[in-house]
Design a protein around this ligand. Structure first.
Ligand SMILES: Cc1ncc(COP(=O)(O)O)c(C=O)c1O
Length: 375
């Protein structure tokens, strides 16, 4: 039997709630299920306000608009991240200033940020890689000192914490993904979390195609119209209904994922130590939401043969981001230094299968197969 890299988990309630949404007669956005999801997330994680979006990319685009990014503004972003972290800001005309990752994990190296700040810098966008927190106290202090916004890319960070605070509740704004590869998914999906109250009213307008429709439905204005920029960022109720079924089961999903993560950790730690292969590093200030289990090999060749070895045994593992500063879109624009850690994770990191339905027998097979690889 083939073991895929990912399999989206179904709790069993998705179709039931989608059916309810469809037959409620209200299937466009911002209805009952959208409100239920938003209330659930605000209460559980302490976000001041949340708005569901159709993707994390959309939520990041909303952040770029809310941050009032204009041509010539600079935004500091790690190079080892998904395209959207940078793309959302370049669409507003920003110049992206890429930062390197840490030695110990792929998160942005907070000690390198201050040297990248110029009078044009508007925002810092830390990415919590694998749902493991960046050094947020340091990042927030730098932002405060230089009067910058912090926009957390928490695409992978649902149900993870930094010093007791939920990821996405620390920066001024944050973006989450509910893409099918994430712990909680709705196929495509995302969420904007707003922690700085100054942004709430405008965020609702941007979300609803630049109109104050939300205020109208709340009875705060007697008609609604076009008052700002924006787009159609909100998902339909059918997607929100699917998402609500997932959120209701978050404890169970997380427990299962954490069990699998620990099976990898315990099963591979001696093998990794013996072969000088790096396992995920979780700083003391961070929790682990078991979004991902990854290994960092010593070279691209070693990683390539590892992926091929697993594939020979019908197990699918995958590498991850390619340094954005070297991407075809950006390489001619990049003016900074070598980003050696980012390039190392590009070449050497591999993600192992991690999803709810992996059985103990599957885990035994994967771990045994990994250990039979001769690095
Ligand atoms: C760090 C990061 N940011 C943003 C995104 C974009 O998420 P979405 O597919 O929901 O737009 C991803 C995608 O996985 C990601 O890994």
């Amino acid at each position: 039997m083939m073991i895929n890299f990912n399999k989206p988990y179904l709790t069993g309630k998705e179709m039931h709630y989608m059916y309810q949404a469809v037959y409620s007669g209200k299937i466009s956005g911002n209805g009952l299920f959208t409100k239920k999801c938003q209330a659930f997330l605000e209460q559980k994680y302490g976000f001041k306000k949340t708005l569901l979006t159709t993707s994390c990319t959309d939520a990041l685009e909303m952040c770029a608009i809310l941050a009032d990014i204009k041509p010539g503004d600079e935004v500091i972003v790690p190079s080892f991240t998904f395209v959207s972290t940078a793309l959302a800001f370049t669409r507003q005309g920003a110049k992206i200033v890429f930062a390197d990752s840490n030695d110990k994990n792929p998160n942005i190296d907070a000690d390198l940020i201050e040297a990248l700040i110029t009078p044009q810098t508007k925002a810092i966008v830390p990415v919590h890689y694998a749902g493991i927190a960046c050094d947020m106290d340091k990042i927030m202090a730098i932002a405060k000192k230089h009067n910058l916004l912090v926009i957390e890319d928490a695409a992978q960070g649902i149900d993870s914490y930094y010093k007791g605070k939920a990821l996405g509740s620390i920066g001024h704004l944050a973006a989450f993904s509910f893409h099918e590869t994430k712990n909680i998914n709705s196929g495509e999906g995302g969420m904007l979390a707003i922690n700085d109250e100054r942004f709430i009213t405008r965020a609702e307008i941007i979300w609803e195609k630049g109109t104050n429709r939300n205020q109208f439905f709340r009875g705060e204005v007697d008609k609604y119209g076009w008052i700002d920029t924006g787009s159609s960022f909100l998902p339909s109720e059918i997607i929100a209904a699917y998402l609500y079924a997932q959120l209701e089961n978050i404890e169970d999903i997380q427990q299962k994922r954490k069990k699998i993560w620990m099976q990898y950790h315990d099963g591979l730690k001696d093998w990794c130590a013996k072969n000088n292969i790096i396992m995920p590093y979780i700083p003391e200030y961070a929790t682990n939401c078991a979004h991902m289990f990854f290994l960092v090999f010593n070279s691209v060749e070693q990683r390539t043969s590892f992926i091929a070895h697993l594939k020979q045994h019908d197990i699918y593992s995958v590498f991850h981001y390619l340094s954005l500063h070297k991407s075809p879109y950006f390489q001619n624009k990049y003016e900074g230094k070598e980003l050696t850690n980012s390039d190392r994770y590009t070449d050497c990191l591999v993600r192992l299968p991690l999803y709810y339905e992996l059985s103990d027998a599957d885990m035994n097979k994967i771990i045994t197969t990994i250990k039979s690889f001769m690095p």
